[in-house]
Design a protein around this ligand. Structure first.
Ligand code: ZN
Length: 327
C-alpha cells in the first residue's frame, strides 16, 4: 500500500467513524414482543416414510406422580429443587405418511385431559398441511386420555371421520370393561370413563378395531408389546428401506429421572414391575443400535436416540434442520 493511498484510507475511515457518532439517525420504536411460536410440527424421513411430529401441548409432571425407593425419590426431589424445569414435559402425536396411507400414532389429549395446555394436535396437523379427514388409520399405544382424547369431541363426534382406529386387544378389554371399571380405585375411574366415551362413536361406526400381537396391521409396521404401563401398552416399529423408527408410547414419562433410574415408575402404571422391566430390557438394546425412537412425552419433537452414559442413559434429540433424512 502506497503512502498516498494509506493517507486517503485513514481520512475516509475518520469520516466514517465521525458519521457513526454524530450523523443523523432515524428514530426507531422498540420492537414489541410477539409471543407466538413456530407452528407445532416437525418433519423427518424414515426410509420412504415421512414422519411428522404433531405438538399437542406442554405440561408439568407432578413429583408425587413418580414412585421409587425413598432414597431414589429423595434424589429426584433434590434435583427438582435445583432445576424447577426437571419435570417439564410434552404431549405429541406422530403422523406417518407411508406413501399409501396416512397413519396417526396417538392422537393427543383433545379436551379430555385437564384444561387448556394440551389439545393442540389438530391445529398442528393443519399447520403441517393435512386435515383430519385425510387420516386413514390411528394406531394407539394405549387408552389413556392424553393419547386418545384427540379422537373425539366432548359431544361425541369423531374428529377423524374416515379413520379406522386400532388398539391392542388386552388394552381394549381392560379399559372398556364395565366390570373392571366398577372395581377400579376411585382415582383411576376417570380414565375408564374417558376411554369409554372416546371410543364410543368409533365403535358405533364400526371403525374401532382390536388386534393380537401377531396380527398384521400396516405394511412395514411391527407390533411391539410393551405391557406394564397399561395391560395392552403397545409400541409400533415402522420400517422402510432398512430404516426404522420405534413409537414407544409411555415407556418413559419423565426422561431425566427415568433414563438414569429405569426403576422409577409412575402412579399411572397398572403393573409397576413390568413397566420397569420393559425399560431395563429396551434401553441397552435401543442404545446399542442407536435406534430412532419417537415418544409422546419426550421433549418436542419427541424424536431422538438413547446414548449410554456412566449412570444410565441420556436422550440425544434430533436437531432442527430444514430437511432431515434418517441415515
Ligand atoms: Zn401419556
Amino acid at each position: 500500500m502506497s503512502k498516498r493511498i494509506s493517507k486517503d484510507f485513514a481520512a475516509a475511515l475518520l469520516v466514517a467513524l465521525a458519521g457513526s457518532v454524530v450523523g443523523p439517525h432515524p428514530v426507531r420504536a422498540a420492537a414489541p414482543p410477539l409471543h407466538d411460536q413456530v407452528p407445532g410440527f416437525y418433519r423427518t424421513k424414515v426410509g420412504d416414510f415421512e414422519v411428522t411430529a404433531l405438538f399437542d401441548g406442554a405440561a408439568q409432571f407432578d413429583l408425587n406422580w413418580l414412585t421409587a425407593k425413598k432414597v431414589t425419590m429423595d434424589g429426584v426431589a433434590k434435583a427438582l429443587h435445583k432445576n424447577p424445569h426437571l419435570l417439564d414435559t410434552n404431549d405429541t402425536g406422530f403422523l406417518v405418511n407411508t406413501g399409501k396411507e396416512l397413519v396417526l400414532v396417538d392422537a393427543g389429549a383433545g379436551t379430555w385431559f385437564g384444561g387448556g395446555a394440551l389439545g393442540h394436535l389438530v391445529s398442528s396437523l393443519h399447520s403441517a398441511g393435512y386435515s383430519p379427514e385425510q387420516v386413514d388409520r390411528v394406531l394407539v399405544t394405549h387408552l389413556h386420555s392424553d393419547h386418545i382424547g384427540g379422537l373425539t369431541t366432548q359431544d361425541g363426534k369423531r374428529v377423524f371421520p374416515n379413520a379406522d382406529v386400532f388398539v391392542a386387544k388386552p388394552e381394549n378389554d381392560f379399559w372398556l370393561s364395565p366390570e373392571i371399571a366398577a372395581k377400579a380405585p376411585k382415582d383411576t375411574q376417570p380414565f375408564f370413563q374417558a376411554a369409554q366415551a372416546i371410543s364410543a362413536p368409533y365403535l358405533k361406526a364400526g371403525k374401532w378395531h382390536t388386534f393380537g400381537d401377531t396380527d398384521p396391521l400396516v405394511d412395514g409396521v411391527r407390533v411391539v408389546s410393551l405391557h406394564g404401563h397399561t395391560p395392552g401398552h403397545t409400541g409400533y416399529e415402522f420400517s422402510s428401506q432398512g430404516h426404522k423408527i420405534l413409537f414407544w408410547g409411555d415407556t418413559i414419562h419423565e426422561q431425566l429421572p427415568q433414563l438414569s433410574h429405569a426403576d422409577i415408575t409412575v402412579v399411572f402404571d397398572i403393573d409397576h414391575a413390568a413397566a420397569a422391566a420393559i425399560r431395563k430390557q429396551l434401553f441397552p438394546a435401543l442404545a446399542s443400535e442407536a435406534a430412532v425412537i419417537a415418544g409422546p412425552h419426550m421433549p418436542f419433537p419427541g424424536i431422538g436416540r438413547l446414548r449410554k452414559e456412566a449412570n444410565g442413559y441420556v436422550w440425544a434429540p434430533v436437531i432442527f434442520t430444514e430437511q432431515w433424512v434418517e441415515k
